[in-house]
Design a protein around this ligand. Structure first.
Ligand code: UTP
Length: 460
């Protein structure tokens, strides 16, 4: 009698709990499960932070918005050499780390492994991870100081990433300088905010967005450790931008010189519809606003003023002050969740079905309104070659072409004549040279280096 009374009470408590989080539709499903499965499902629900999920992004009012202030490429030509000196010293003192976010599901690429394992090298087939790791290695060899690499994975990419990096001996990086940490997951819901299932006893979850790196860095203890080691800046790059530079003395120098919390690299959008976030200034703070969150009039700018307002885009290359991130976390502030509609495979009593799902993701750029930020213009063709799709815009194809063209520029700067024939590729391993300056020095030291390059060339 007592036992059935307490189980009744428990059932009521569970029902009340599910109602309180708006998931009462699961009550009847729970009754179809055996006790261990029931417990699994309840645990899977309880570990999701339902309160935080209510923190949904609302686009700011852009009525008062004005164009962001930018240190343009032209301005950069006349900068004080002091800024570069400060930046170089920061690297030379080992005070800079790189953060590679690699937890995304890469659904557009349709590749069965973590995107970082994708063979992007046009001639070598080297992976995105190899490109990034070798760039890091090249910097630390140049400075003689450790250059910590922080790699964020998600439960979707963690095992494969660790295995891949280990199998390739971290592409020459000392393993103790590579920290792999995992971001959090959040429930994936349907259009009625009801959670979808991954199995009868598991709710479906998705990685919580690249903005999840802030809490994951804090919870893993990495942020604290960086601060103890005297690391003051984190260079943020995305795994799918094969050109993303990790050595940026001007950016780091600027952050220090201006005493800024963040440096955001910006570029002139190719057109108003380009799929990069738009930079806007509202009040005295910078914001990044996704295309879909821009008011209709700004999505199709008509006047010169509107064009100027949305001219600057975000290529996802930033520098974050470590102390700024620590203060942000300590303040208890959390980034909001953006909602994105995406088709997902969900378990149903009828089997797995493709369902319209709502994914919640945090975006790191939402920290900007909390920051004193400096915007630095970068040349698109030098720093931005994103790999989102197999073909077309922002694809494997386009990234390989951008890479080749960029390497052609490096070679020309080093005094080599280059004829880039149709269908031919150039590739320079970061182990050979990771900057135009390094390439020039290298070529000068090789008297037999060809004066003319035509067709494929792979420098390793
Ligand atoms: P994208 O927004 O392009 O997402 O991520 P994605 O998962 O790589 O690709 P799609 O949209 O499914 O096709 C931009 C960067 O942010 C990382 C990705 O790994 C990529 O480097 N990211 C994204 C994370 O680290 N975690 C996430 O939860 C989402």
């Amino acid at each position: 009698m007592a036992r059935s009374g307490s189980s009744l009470l428990r059932k009521e408590r569970v029902a009340a709990y599910l109602e309180s989080i708006g998931q009462e539709f699961l009550i009847s499903h729970l009754t179809t499960l055996e006790p261990p499965q029931r417990e699994n499902l309840l645990n899977s629900i309880r570990t999701a932070c339902w309160d935080e999920l209510q923190n949904t992004y609302a686009p700011p009012d852009v009525i008062q918005a004005c164009p962001v202030e930018v240190v343009t490429l032209e301005d950069r030509e006349h900068l004080s050499t002091e800024i570069d000196r400060i930046g170089h010293a920061a690297y030379a003192n080992g005070e800079v780390a790189a953060l590679l976010v690699a937890g995304g599901q890469g659904s557009r690429l349709g590749y069965d492994h973590p995107k970082g394992c994708f063979p992007i090298g046009p001639l070598s087939g080297n992976s995105l991870f190899q490109f990034h790791c070798e760039k890091i290695l090249s910097v630390s060899e140049e400075t003689g100081k450790p250059f910590p690499l922080l790699i964020m994975t998600s439960p979707a990419t963690d095992d494969d990433t660790r295995k891949f990096l280990k199998e390739h001996s971290y592409f020459g990086l000392p393993p103790e300088h590579v920290s792999i940490f995992t971001q959090g997951m959040v429930p994936t819901c349907d259009a009625n905010a009801q959670v979808l299932l991954a199995a009868p006893d598991q709710i479906l979850k998705n990685p919580n967005g690249h903005g999840g790196c802030i809490e994951a860095l804090a919870e893993s203890g990495i942020l604290e450790r960086l601060s103890r080691l005297g690391v003051a800046e984190i260079i943020f790059i995305q795994v799918d931008n094969v050109l993303a530079p990790v050595f940026d003395p001007t950016g780091v120098g600027f952050r220090r010189f201006r005493n800024a919390d963040t440096v955001t690299k910006v570029l002139l959008k190719a057109d108003p519809l380009e799929k990069v976030g738009t930079m806007l200034k509202i009040g005295d703070r910078d914001h990044v606003i996704e295309y879909s969150d821009l008011p209709f009039t700004l999505r199709q700018p008509a006047t010169e003023q509107e064009h100027a307002l949305i001219a600057w885009g975000r290529p996802a290359l930033e520098i974050y002050g470590v102390e700024f991130l620590r203060r942000f976390v300590a303040s208890g502030a959390r980034l909001p969740y953006h909602l994105a509609q995406k088709s997902v495979s969900a378990w149903t009593p009828e089997g797995f079905l493709e369902r319209p799902g709502i994914k919640r993701e945090r975006f790191i750029f939402d920290i900007l309104p909390h920051a004193r930020n400096v915007n630095l213009e970068v040349a698109r063709e030098r720093e931005f070659a994103p790999v989102k799709n197999l073909t077309g815009v922002d694809s494997v194809e386009s990234a390989r072409e951008i890479l080749s063209k960029e390497y052609a520029r490096w070679l020309r700067e080093a005094g080599v004549e280059v004829v880039l024939e149709d269908g031919a590729y150039l590739e320079i391993s970061p182990r050979f040279a990771s900057t135009p300056e390094q390439l020039k020095r290298k070529i000068e030291s090789l008297p037999d280096f060809p004066k003319l390059v035509r067709g494929n060339l792979h420098l390793v």
